[in-house]
Design a protein around this ligand. Sequence first.
Ligand code: TEU
Ligand code: CA
Length: 558
Amino acid sequence: MKKKWWHEKIGYQIYPKSFLDTNGDGVGDLTGVIEKLPYLEQLGVDILWLSPVYPSPMVDNGYDISDYENIDPRFGTLEDMDRLIAEAKKREMYILMDLVVNHCSDEHEWFQQAIKDPDGKYGNFFYIRDKKDDKAPCNWRSYFGGPVWEELPGHPDKQYLHVFHKKQPDLNWENPEVREEVYKNIRWWMEKGLGGFRIDAIINIKKKLPFSDYPADRADGLCSVGRMLEEAEGIGEFLGEMAEKCFHPYDAFTVGEVFNEKEDEIKDFIGENGYFSSMFDFEETCYGKSEDGWYASKPYLTPEEYKKCIFHTQKKIGDTGMISNIIENHDEPRGVCHYISPEDRCPDSRKLLAGVYFLLKGIPFIYQGQEIGMENMEFTSMDQIDDISTIDEYQVALRAGCSEKEALDAASAFSRDNARTPVQWSAEKNAGFSEGEPWLGVNPNYKEINVKSQLTDSDSLLSFYKKLTALRKAPEYKETLVYGTFAPYQEEQKNLIAYTRNGEKNLLILGNMQAQSQKVSLPGEVKEVLLNNQKAVEITEKEIILKPYQFIVLETAV
Ligand code: TEU
Ligand code: CA
């Protein structure tokens, strides 16, 4: 693998709205991010991905952008952004912005112009179709529920396409003028000194045309957009062009939100000269999610299921490129709640999960609050919910015959708001997030789970994450942890998640995800114990006895 500057970095995702509020309006801001740079530096992360901070009506919390070349006043100013980039650079940290270009906001100038003159230049920036016999051009269901077609304001005879919310009209990537505008925006940001971009929902930019119906997959007579994506071909032309015109000239780091790529496409996406530097592994995020909705999905994975997912991805990627490994992001439940069953959830199992995913081959990303083990909310009423996706899924559950309680339970298990509650900085008012009224309720467990108390506790999850980042950067082990091969170890042994990383050194990563001890045979002589989530280690000549929920990293002779 040809070495790249970002290979040995560690990512951290910031959801600015919920990170830190410095002016008391209840909304996190860029000044808050700047204030916490020393904290992030200490944690050992160096690529900071910011969820969108552009001007936005906020129906989807900034994933509906009304101006690509500015900052929403809620978050600060362009000067704040410049300052953030500069302050980060001083610490050898890089800022990634979120590139949301499958769609913009209906309040974006382009869409406003399209409404004024659907047959003019900007009409062709979107997918606008005439209504025929009062029927929509196709029966696709949007990701946030309901049809993807919506009447074009002021034009009862026309409809426009939105695969997400109706306030997120899809941009017509088939139109070269759209692509040029997008590329111009990207370069404008890169010129400011960004490290690169996280690329939102990108797989949706290529539509299967002409629009046509698919067999309905629910009682609403609609079919998931995902079905269409399986048949859409040719996205590579757009992505290759974007990479060549916007990313490669700047040696940018880009990480794509890529779902359901085909196995033979991995090289095109993240191989040398791929469209992106990296893409997220979503195998474990998707596992157990039902086509029918959250109410029918598995609220958490067993250790065997989790192992199956991460190992499958590792084997699939091999040496083709660098995947980005996560257990959380702003769309998912909290990792400790989703990947650890309620019976297994304890301080040691949390560290185990952290260690297991973090040392896989690829770029590890930490999502804000994950480093202290923030947990899902137990929502007791839909009034506590802000997220549009959750509001839809709640209705889906009720329509499928769930009781209100069951529908609320599904929301608690999967709501995107689980990840969006304010970061718990301390045991003080509003968890130290804001002096004002936070835009979204703070998780009531902030007195027990917060940064301040974990900073001074050498046994905390936060301290453990610091050990993980330090190990990945340690001069003696860096080469092995970044470039070394991955191989499953004793894959068949139940509730054991174990693998080797072999490069300059030989490392064995072992996690016992059960309440009983278990014996594991060793590949050879143990040279050193590099990390342990417990005090003792029980090693005989050929075996190690792992205590309940023990996680150990060993350097071995072979
Ligand atoms: O997500 C794309 C996506 O497919 C998921 O949002 C998924 O469908 C959704 O989370 C189900 O609840 C990206 C962003 O990460 C997400 O926050 C945005 O809402 C979405 O794009 C639209 O921009
Ligand atoms: Ca604020």
